[in-house]
Design a protein. Sequence first.
Length: 147
Amino acid sequence: MDEGVIQRLEGLRPSWKREWEALLRSEPTLSPLGNPDTLVYLMDETITEVLKALRARSLKPVAINSRALLVPLQRHCACGLNPLLNYYATGELAFHAVAGPMLVEHLDEALASYHLLAQKEIDTLCAVCQHRASPGCATTELADSGR
């Protein structure tokens, strides 16, 4: 993705954050960690990380082999209690609403960058989840099978 497109995305940051916050506040809060008043402070850093990843490399080879793009964000957590699920899902919806029409030919690459970051962050929080050790947790079963 060229720098001009990334700069246009940067210019959409305020609109993206406004839309994202509105969507995030409309979702039910599952835990204190999922409080929108707390999560809104992560938005600037998340957007910065996505733009940094877009500047750093082409994601086409990564995108072909990544489960992050094959699995909806909500399915990255077996128990469904990870507060980052709603955070990243609403961020994706906001991104589509704000940047989708502008990014027709670059949308897949931008979403790949976003999904890879989301997967990493969701998986990190799931790694310390108290529900992870429960017998029915698919995340534990995947880890035990070596996937």
